[in-house]
Design a protein around this ligand. Structure first.
Ligand code: C2E
Ligand code: CA
Ligand code: CA
Length: 392
């Protein structure tokens, strides 16, 4: 059976025929489900690799369908169609992210043939570049993982206050694979646990290099919520910190907002223990999940990172500016340090300064840097305060 199996869930036959024509041009084998019973049947018999979901499906609305797909642990790629409203679009993105669904695209009504064609093309690319579990195990065994560090700048002093460690997979042919192509498989298979252990050990090993640049420079490390389901995780981290003489106050663990939205008591306990040990804790991608203010107050976080989708939009979109301003005020009132990520131009940086944001990160300052290029970047940044374009 081919890997290009598309199930279109719509009650509108003309929409189906339009999609079928375009998808067949992209070599998809296409079926249509018009009832819930057909959806259930096709899941077991047809096993779609891609689903196109009409928000206005007659038997069940699009949001209930997303719930249903979560319930059956759907791993197919998803495209949602029939969305008219911008706010609804954002809400659907959030729901899918929190539920762990692979929503790749939302196409607005009326459906445009060229947009669908582009979406199908990009899904083909995602499939061809994704790394499977076997390759991840191999990469761990062969030591193919590498780290890039992206600087964080203090907006008051305009000095470097930290670096975020970002993992990459470097193939023997020199190609660099970004996390988008292996993190979700690593999480689904649990391989994220040994990957994170490797990353923590390697970052702690390199800590002294950053310390020489400034005793207050912090290193930020991304943690998947899967790692937080292990009660001995904090002890292991502290043990590694002791081996490499790392001061916990200079390490900040970032956990995505969606990762902590429905946190168990165990996750809360693990986070609290990390905090008690002195590690800093940051809520990553803030604005994309569902944390309530009550939840925010309950969790032992010290920092809040505003998702780059809002930050990159503040010049063009008044709603994004309002959201960013509100997040900064809310965070400050809760005693949190505020970081804006995805700062790509001077105008955005100036607005963030006016909004009293504490720290910025983004391509304006630097793209993620390999350790061997760190010295060069520091020299340029500190001596000339030039905007460094990084090594592509
Ligand atoms: P993130 O934690 O939100 O990391 C920031 C991502 O934004 C990075 O992508 C970085 O390269 C990118 N970025 C930074 N500044 C800009 C900017 O100005 N413009 C734009 N367009 N992008 C910018 P990257 O390295 O591809 O990482 C993607 C995601 O993968 C990360 O998002 C994080 O969620 C995850 N990730 C990376 N390393 C690890 C890791 O070691 N463990 C885990 N669990 N996840 C990781
Ligand atoms: Ca992060
Ligand atoms: Ca982020």
């Amino acid at each position: 059976m081919s890997d290009n199996r598309l199930l279109v869930i719509t009650s509108d036959n003309s929409t189906f025929l339009e999609i079928q024509k375009i998808a067949e041009d992209h070599a998809f084998h296409v079926l249509c489900a018009v009832t819930l019973e057909e959806i259930q049947n096709y899941f077991t018999t047809f096993k779609p690799s891609l689903i196109i979901l009409d928000l206005h499906f007659a038997e069940l609305d699009g949001i209930s369908l997303l719930n249903y797909l979560t319930h059956i642990e759907c791993k197919s790629q998803l495209i949602m169609i029939g969305v008219e409203d911008e706010k609804l679009l954002l809400a659907i993105q959030h729901i899918s992210k929190v539920k762990g669904l692979k929503l790749q695209k939302i196409l607005k009504s009326p459906l445009q043939a060229h947009e669908l064609s582009e979406a199908l093309k990009s899904i083909e690319q995602i499939k061809s570049s994704a790394i499977d579990a076997h390759q991840i195990v191999h990469a761990l065994e062969e030591n193919y993982f590498v780290i890039q560090y992206q600087p964080l700048i203090d907006l008051q002093t305009m000095g470097v206050c930290g670096f975020e460690a970002l993992i990459r997979l470097k193939l023997p042919n020199g190609n660099i694979i970004l996390p988008l192509d292996f993190i979700s498989t690593s999480e689904e298979t649990g391989l994220i646990v040994p990957i994170t252990a490797w990353l923590i050990k390697s970052t702690f090993e390199q800590y002294h290099i950053f310390q020489k640049k400034g005793p207050n420079i912090k290193l930020s490390i991304n943690l998947s919520s899967i790692c937080l389901n292990d009660p001995v995780f904090p002890d292991e981290v502290l043990k590694t910190a002791n081996i490499y003489k790392v001061d916990p106050k200079n390490i900040c663990f970032e956990i995505t907002e969606s990762g902590i939205s429905h946190q168990s008591e165990l996750i809360l306990e693990v986070l609290t223990r990390l905090r008690v040990m002195g590690f800093e804790l940051s809520i990553d991608d803030f604005g994309t999940g569902y944390s309530s203010i009550v939840e925010l107050q309950r969790l032992p976080f010290t920092q809040l990172k505003i998702d780059r989708r809002f930050v990159s939009d503040i010049i063009e979109n008044p709603a994004a500016l309002i959201i960013v301003r509100a997040i900064i005020d809310l965070g400050h009132n809760l005693g949190l340090q505020l970081v804006a990520e995805g700062v790509e131009n001077q105008q955005t940086l100036t607005i963030l300064q006016q909004l009293k944001c504490d720290i910025v990160q983004g391509f304006l300052i630097a793209k993620p840097i390999f350790l061997e290029n760190l010295e060069e970047w520091f020299n340029i940044f500190t001596n000339q305060q030039l905007i460094w374009k990084g090594h592509e």
